[in-house]
Design a protein around this ligand. Structure first.
Ligand SMILES: [Ca+2]
Length: 151
């Protein structure tokens, strides 16, 4: 019993920075949500759980999420909403960090810029590259809490 308590407290001290349902990697907590929703509703649900749609800012972060999603769900869900949108002036902004996303790792043929394609998603294949997609389509999504950001 004592060993179990020690073990439990070790786990809590290691992973205790992320709320239930989130998985920590480096300085972020991620939740992969497979309840499909429109982009704005996905962001609302992330906010209700203390996060935002994920700001995927580096190749390392994108490839980590690719592996983690593949581990959880394989390719069952092809598209995942992330926290980028271009409603305002056509440049992609992060909904969480509220900055310009800059260079975007586009999937071949993207951005296709069809009407209504103002929201950013990851394609869950071998690289998780990004596409623009109609915000009103219902997709799985990724929520993120950035632990080192002051909010
Ligand atoms: Ca597109």
């Amino acid at each position: 019993m004592f060993l179990l308590m020690v073990f439990t407290s070790l786990i809590l001290s290691t992973y205790g920075q992320c709320p239930n349902g989130y998985h920590q990697h480096e300085q972020s907590c991620y939740a992969i949500v497979t309840f499909v929703a429109k982009w704005t509703y996905a962001e609302t649900m992330c906010q209700a759980a203390g996060s935002h749609l994920a700001s995927v800012e580096t190749d390392a972060e994108r490839l980590y999420l690719n592996q983690y999603i593949n581990f959880l769900h394989g390719t069952k869900y092809r598209y995942y909403w992330i926290g980028g949108f271009n409603f305002i002036d056509g440049t992609y902004m992060s909904v969480g960090a509220q900055n310009n996303l800059g260079q975007i790792p586009w999937y071949p043929g993207e951005p296709s810029n069809r009407p209504g394609e103002h929201c950013l998603m990851m394609v869950q294949d071998n690289k998780s590259l990004f596409g623009d997609f109609e915000c009103d389509t219902e997709q799985a999504f990724v929520c993120e809490i950035e632990l080192n950001s002051q909010q």
